[in-house]
Design a protein around this ligand. Sequence first.
Ligand code: GMT
Length: 392
Amino acid sequence: MGAGEPGIGLEPEPCSGLRVGLVCYPSHGGSGVVATELARELARRGHCAHLISYQVPFRLGAREFRHNVAFHQVEVPAYPLFQFPPYTLALANKIVEVARYERLDLVHVHYAVPHAVSGALAQAMMIPARLPLITTLHGTDVTQTGTDPAILDAVTWSLGQAHAVTAVSDSLASAAQQAFGLEHVHRIYNFIDPATMRRRARPEARARFARPEDAVLVHASNFRPVKNVCDVVRIFAAVVAERPAVLLMCGDGPDAGPAQRLVHELGLAQRVHFLGVQDDVAAVLSLGDVFLLPSASESFGLGALEAMACEVPVVCSTVGGLPEVVAEGETGFLAPPGATAEMARAVLAALEPQRHRQLAANARRRAVSRFSASRIMPQYEALYREVLGASG
Ligand code: GMT
């Protein structure tokens, strides 16, 4: 079954399952990570995943290219007249090209802006062939970008063209229903692969950053303003005033500079290590004792889930989907955004040895039991088959 003309694409191995196009951002944001992990898990389950973006998603390793995971690069025309490259059009064009020649059964776009519009345009371009479309909302495409009055009508229209819309938490699903007037938004949580997202003993690596008596606090994000990265530094300053500790800052983005300036102002440069962007996030999390995520808004908090999977208790904000991921007092502690003193107290409580052992074990157990690929993937596969059945 497939859309358009007979496929001429080169498939490394016969595809026994569905042929799924996955559109995402390749950058170090959570939505691109989710789309890439979804491609990997679909391939493991006998489907053929075709990732479509302007560059190879950073979490996609070369090995997947051989096992039913292909990457298709969007080429955007340049012209002196164009102040803004026509990416939405070029992406729609690429989706149609891949749908026709790889005989896609459906397209699943991640992050509504502008992917939902490109998907809807591609769907219309394929007529009379059918190209079922699923859109997954990830966070700021609901709370910030997608609801900007400058594009709200276009995004709302495109979501109405999708055969199904999903969101990564109950909190985001209800926010999306309200923001876009959608009748139904499926909630399908983000997930981890427990086999790769797990704590690895790395004493020699930890010794490079921390003395034996130091607690290791970790933050990982795209360092955008919504992450409140300077609050991570403030929480650390309050903790290190009470006990020996170091802070690992993993990632990069617009607020890395302000955070580094604050570290120097507070005289903490010897205790805070900015690691930049790291592809092997489990290797960094495996050094940590507590993960900090004091965001102003967070639809899910994939970093918090990855930390939990690596046996790292989480201290985070009581916002968005984080209370659905982090269980208060069981796998970490939550406090209102900005409450850095309260969060610092929570970190100190979580570091008490017996309490820490309990929180760490609970964190791994919750991550695996509720958010592992084996539990979440069947939900995506069921939705695909439901959409394919409905689209006739
Ligand atoms: O919304 C963003 O900041 C972009 C997006 C991304 O691509 O990084 O992050 C969102 O999607 C992640 C994956 O579903 C979620 O884990 C993040 O919580 C969410 N970010 C926000 O809601 C701020």
